[in-house]
Design a protein. Structure first.
Length: 178
């Protein structure tokens, strides 16, 4: 039996939700993207998207910035509910970044040399071996250790149950309404 790797860590929720820290992360990511060779692609994505993403709100990037510092570079990252995947920038040095989202067209997602994108529902991750993804290599990439899955701001209890069964290393966050 193979032992699966685990990353033990905790995140201070008050820092995670701090608006100033959130905005600083957002602004820093925007500046990095605008200075990169992917500037044109990012601008094209933002011009076409209907997701609500814009330079003032690139997604919940503070979380991704923090996780990228914790996840070892030889691990793959599966981002469930990746939207436009601008946060893939934080994982550009990791083994791979796999964006999964059933709502954002593939042409509206950031593509870097280590990124792969899938267009299907979260619940279908449990069905991977049933032919939902394209090849056996795709299945292996999404499930072979070491893998860290992220489900950030995706409001589905059922999806979280499926993901907890599939991935030993999972960050899942969705705040309850007050």
């Amino acid at each position: 039996m193979t032992t699966r790797a685990r990353i033990p860590f905790t995140v201070k929720i008050d820092e995670h939700l701090d608006h100033d820290a959130f905005q600083a992360s957002n602004d820093a990511l925007w500046a990095e993207l605008m200075e990169s060779e992917y500037r044109g692609e990012v601008e094209r994505i933002l011009a076409r998207t209907q997701s609500g993403i814009d330079p003032s709100f690139l997604g919940f990037v503070r979380t991704y910035e923090m996780l990228a510092q914790l996840i070892p570079l030889h691990w793959a990252v599966v981002d469930i509910g990746c939207c436009n995947a601008l946060q893939a920038w934080y994982f550009r040095r990791h083994r791979g970044y796999y964006g999964v989202d059933p709502n954002t067209p593939l042409f509206e997602r950031l593509v870097l040399p280590n990124t792969y994108h899938f267009f299907y529902a979260i619940e279908d991750i449990e069905l991977l071996t049933g032919g939902i993804v394209y090849t056996e290599d795709d299945i292996a990439a999404l499930t072979d250790d070491p893998v860290f899955a992220i489900c950030n701001y995706v409001p589905s209890d059922e999806a979280n149950k499926v993901l907890r069964q599939r991935y030993k290393n999972l960050y899942s966050f969705y705040p309850e309404a007050p």
